[in-house]
Write a protein of this length. Structure first.
Length: 386
């Protein structure tokens, strides 16, 4: 925490990752380097964050300690992938869906939510249960899947069946034919918690298929097919799993990570804000209470950023304390008025720093993010340091 000394300025650095370029700790380090180039006497406190997506385990391991256990798993197309679980002394296991279901594991040509599966996540959950975890916290975000967690259930002992009693193929499209479930969940009494980066429901206009399907490779026809398939899936889960709550398709967080949130709820688990869980773990409130300036950020600051993601959580907390909050991002598309209402004082874009889209700013932001963040850190120090 902050040193008990009279400081020129206390700057809290709490970014998310810049997806595809830099993990959150590296983002914070680059900004800090730039600030110190200009104002070395200021006190900088780094608290890298995650909202449930990629980097969730890394951030929590740094804050909580514990034991990181490698777990072989598979990617959304069933190919071998490297996963891990974080086991802490209180009997909690933390894992992230993106290690097995992540969009970053596929090329653009491979993205097809009709076929991708969450089976690999089920392997991670099963490993956590077999390791004796009493609570399994699953970070949800950045997924390439839209199968409502159907694949995840298979390693946990539950197989979706069609009307003829045959096991369904993997992928979201096959759920249009789901009629029953075979087996019982093998959780050994463990409680599941979904750490969600969004509050979207499973179904409908704001659901998993409609909102997130296109970025996973779905066209309009695919979106309609997948939403109908998930509607049938929600009906079967509600009918067949005793712990499944009613109204599953409309519950907040159910649409996270292609419907993995709904699968956790159907297994008797609960959804929690990923950013809320992480900020408690890193004791962000105490750091915010003492800060003079907060700097946060993410790869793309857009309309989704204000729906339960890191930037929204940090900016809102800073606003409640009357502390200015600056957002750094690879690209900024959120309107100034909308950002201000969320608690954001200023925004800065790497694309614009490197000259804008018309002058190669996008390529530079992707290939030289640390350089740009260091320069922006120096710029902020010249503006804000007293």
């Amino acid at each position: 925490m902050w040193p008990a000394t009279l400081l020129r300025m206390r700057v809290l650095l709490c970014p998310d990752k810049f997806a595809g370029t830099l993990p959150a700790p590296d983002v914070a380090a680059a900004v800090a380097d730039g600030w110190r180039d200009v104002a070395p006497g200021d006190d900088l406190l780094a608290r890298p964050l995650a909202d449930g997506g990629p980097g969730f385990v890394d951030v929590l391991a740094g804050a909580l300690g514990g034991r990181r256990v490698p777990v072989p798993t598979v990617d959304p197309l069933g190919r071998p992938a490297a996963g891990e679980i974080l086991l802490t002394d209180d009997g909690t296991a933390y894992l992230e869906s993106a290690q097995a279901c992540g969009l970053h594991l596929l090329t653009a040509a491979e993205r097809d939510p009709k076929a991708t599966t969450s089976y690999g996540l089920g392997l991670l959950v099963a490993a956590a249960v077999e390791a004796g975890a009493r609570t399994v916290v699953v970070g949800l975000g950045g997924s390439a899947t839209n199968d409502g967690g159907a694949g995840m259930l298979v390693p946990l002992g539950v197989t979706p069946l069609d009307g003829a009693g045959r096991a369904l193929p993997y992928g979201g499209a096959a759920l249009a034919e789901v009629a029953a479930l075979d087996g019982e969940p093998r959780l050994r009494g463990a409680t599941l918690v979904a750490a969600t980066d969004v509050d979207n429901p499973l179904l409908g206009l704001h659901g998993a298929s409609s909102v997130f399907g296109p970025q996973k490779g779905a066209d309009r026809a695919d979106v309609l097919l997948l939403d109908a398939a998930l509607t049938r899936w929600a009906e079967v889960l509600t009918e067949r799993l005793p712990g499944c709550p009613s109204g599953l398709g409309a519950l907040p967080g159910g649409g996270a990570a292609g419907g993995l949130g709904a699968a956790v709820l159907a297994l008797g688990g609960r959804c929690e804000s990923g950013i809320g869980l992480v900020t408690r773990a890193v004791r962000l409130d105490a750091a915010l209470d003492a800060a003079d300036l907060v700097i946060t950020g993410e790869g793309s600051f857009d309309h989704q950023s204000l729906r339960g993601k890191v930037v929204a959580g940090v900016a809102g907390a800073a606003r409640d304390r009357g502390v200015p909050c600056v957002v750094l991002a690879g690209r900024v598309s959120t309107g100034r008025r909308e950002a201000a209402a969320a608690g954001v004082t200023e925004t800065y874009s790497l694309v614009e720093h490197f000259g804008g889209e018309e002058h190669g700013g996008v390529d530079a932001a992707m290939t030289r993010p640390a350089e740009g963040l260091r320069a922006l850190g120096a710029r902020l120090a010249r503006q804000w340091s007293r």
